[in-house]
Design a protein around this ligand. Sequence first.
Ligand code: TXA
Ligand code: MG
Length: 385
Amino acid sequence: MGQKQRRSLIQTKIRNQKTNKKPTKPKNKQKNRQNKKTEQKRRESKRNHMKTQILESTSENIKKAAEIIKKGGLVAFPTETVYGLGADAMDPEAVKKIYEAKGRPSDNPTIVHIGRASDIGQLTRMLSPGIVNLIENFWPGPLTLVVNKKPKVPDVTTGGLGTVAVRMPDHPVALELIRNAGCPIAAPSANISGKPSPTTAEHVIDDLDGKVDAILVGGMCRVGIESTVLDMTEEKPVILRPGIITADDIEAALNKDVSIDKVVLQKTSDGQGNEENAPKAPGMKYKHYAPDAQMLVVEGQREKVKSEINRLKDLNEKMGNKVGVMLFEEKAFIEAAHDFFAELRELDRQGVDIILAGALSATDGVGFAVMNRMMKSAGYNIVKV
Ligand code: TXA
Ligand code: MG
């Protein structure tokens, strides 16, 4: 395809996206629909509404939050990766509430967080030398290990799987909360299902105020993207979700090859399952991290990416769209990971119609982990230049 042809295709694509987003309707009809929607939202929020305690992370408040967990309630809390929404992992009724608050599909298992590495023994019977090695090297930290579960781990916690995902977070508030609660804490990211993961308490409040018992306020999460999920149930370890602990890091610790689930950078099924390339981490198949804006990833050589983004920006602004640009420093992958979700949420807050994001040139490591999130956020909407 010639360059000119491709460009006009992109323009059409963007124009269509815009059209899809806001169909032109007679003003009155549109207004009526909006009123109906607002009314529906108001009724829903009334139904869901509970008083959420917003708590600074003092020792006293962490104890208070731990009591809520013990009584079967929900508490959002900071970890080094993203904020989590926690409940007693061994209490099926409590875990069910997590799914309700997030609007999360019930076959998407949670990660179980523990306060001491040895507590993994409560959740699994079999600890291979490889698992022990990884625990010694990376815990506390952003590495989640999928292991075979003990029967007493409730099915709701693991989405009905025979395995359980476990991690020990590297954050003083998270650790104190879990230790005070005296039980493992099941915690997915503390966002509404499908939205960008929260890296500040404000993000959590935006999504979950009125739906959870308490939110522990900490600073901005240090890592910014979620933990690496590693399946340790087969002979060969498999990365189900990339993170800042990379395949190289794990291979160096294990002195063994690690593979990456083949669907990690590919578009997967729409949540209906039954596809040949269904991911092993159920959560990877769902719509994810989607900003309210339409998002387009521009991939290619750096200078070309920049000029294409500028060109598309001008073009769209001329058509009356508000455009946000997401362009990270070259090779500054750790910073990109740290800022990625926060930038998405900030652009949504500004009410942009379109986000133009520059792809990171990385086929592995931390850059690859960020690209995994970027592609999902954009719904795999990509142009190459
Ligand atoms: O950094 C993190 O991992 C954050 C913080 C709060 O710890 N948690 C987090 O949880 O990202 P969540 O629920 O948003 O993502 C968990 C991922 C999902 O893709 C889920 O399908 C996968 O881990 N997972 C959980 N249990 C699994 C299991 N037994 N087998 C395979 N994948 C599993
Ligand atoms: Mg999540």
